[in-house]
Ligand binder design. Sequence first.
Ligand SMILES: O=P(O)(O)OC[C@H]1O[C@H](O[C@H]2O[C@H](CO)[C@@H](O)[C@H](O)[C@H]2O)[C@H](O)[C@@H](O)[C@@H]1O
Length: 267
Amino acid sequence: MPDAFPLPDPAEALAALAADRSRRPVLVALDFDGTLAPLQDDPAASRVLPAGVGVLADLAATDGVSLALVSGRAMADLHLLAEVPVGTLLVGSHGAERARVTPHGLDRDVVRLTDDQADQLATLGAEAAAVARGREGVWVETKPTAVVVHTRLADADVARSAEQESLALGERLGTGVMHGKAVVELTVLHASKGEALIALRDEIGAPVVVYAGDDVTDERAFEALGEQDITVKVGPGDTVARYRVQSPEDVVAALAQFRDALAPSAG
Ligand SMILES: O=P(O)(O)OC[C@H]1O[C@H](O[C@H]2O[C@H](CO)[C@@H](O)[C@H](O)[C@H]2O)[C@H](O)[C@@H](O)[C@@H]1O
């Protein structure tokens, strides 16, 4: 099916960026699920595409490039599943968790909830479990700052009613609500991929950010970036990104081309 909103492929913009040494360091920031890792019924089965593993390692080792993963995943989950190279910056829980991969494990900021927030998380968990109860294929994931109602395995009408109830629950008891791909996420902390990305860019002093993502939460990141940045929507759907590719395989191919174009001028 043709895209309702056709957007150019990022290849040309990435090639121009690679050729321009004045625009370093570049922050290459990537979403995980649906961007580097194809979507799975079981979130524990998600992995970076095999062809992407080496490309990420090469980018992380390239002078003038900082690599970051910016994900809704809980930090521990992201670190375990993504297996990214030392030096990679990790943003988890949509911005609520931050870490850097070191040779000895994660150097991380631990999220501390107030007593009230911990109570709120427990209540959301219990109420979300009540939404899932009796609905085949609906289940609840618990993260340090959120609970997530998953509906990917449910029939369409079951999924729809579970998502509607979850959204209402979030409005009633959550601090934030996010409706992603077959998930409704109910959070007890305000967090945004956009704010996290801008904080990373400022810390690194990157004049250009390359960001790719596939889901509605990635729109917060696209919105936070500017004309000088390269924002890439993965797959179909409305977006404020400037470029589009169709799949995680396309993301890896674009990153490989970027890596190759950077190489001659890296020394
Ligand atoms: O920001 P992301 O890296 O894209 O993470 C967002 C959510 O990812 C996970 O859910 C999504 O991926 C699952 C595995 O492919 C899929 O089953 C689910 O339907 C997707 O929504 C994760 O489970 C969530 O906690 C993340 O917020």
